[in-house]
Design a protein around this ligand. Sequence first.
Ligand code: SAM
Length: 245
Amino acid sequence: PGVLYLCATPIGNLEDMTYRAVRILGEVPMIAAEDTRHTRQLLTHFDIHTKLTSYHEHNKMEKGQELIDWMLEGNDLACVSDAGLPGIADPGSMLAQQAIEAGIRVIPLPGANAALSALISSGLDTTRFSFVGFLPKTKQKRKERLDEVKNHRETLLFYEAPHHLKATMDELFDALGDRPAVLARELTKKFEEFSRGTLGTLRPSVSGIEPRGEYVIVVSGKTEENEETQTAKASPAELVEKYIE
Ligand code: SAM
């Protein structure tokens, strides 16, 4: 059979494309992309003219099998998402599982990832962390997920869309208390920014910021120091430290 390449793409800055990704994406006969128009733009930038086919949340059932059959016929396939690592809060993990079951070799092409980039520059503990990603949609499930992680000792990594940031930060504060936290915004882009403070001070409802762009929320795990503050009230917004690049 052919092989399945899971290929990272930039999360903003096109210079984060790897040499290897450019080579492999140019060599494979087909690329499965979350959004073919979006990926076409990226490929054009690197002068890559490989055929694209769509593979996303809504067609992954039928399309997955089709792609597996294509690889079983001896063709290589690269899978990309709109940004960062496929399979991380993006399509790709199911295809990898199906490929492995079918005896197809799965090769990762590492590169940009928002959560880990936020973590390493956050200043919070990087030795142990939990990637939580997007919280579930329903209120009940969100609560369950937060109950699950609130006693974790590891640093917590969340993804959120800008229009939900305000509500989600309030929810995190209510569930986890006033812990050290970092908002990593627009990573690798022109307006990259790290706001370091606590869940209480960084909340848009307290800081007054109007969320724009993409955010990763990095939150300290439960420690002896922040244990007592789990139900404490927010400290003043002036405590927010901002480092603007
Ligand atoms: N597969 C991607 C990865 O490896 O990081 C994640 C894709 S997920 C659909 C999109 C979410 O990732 C955004 O809502 C945001 O939370 C985060 N994200 C993606 N790019 C980002 C960036 N440049 N800066 C900050 N957060 C980003």
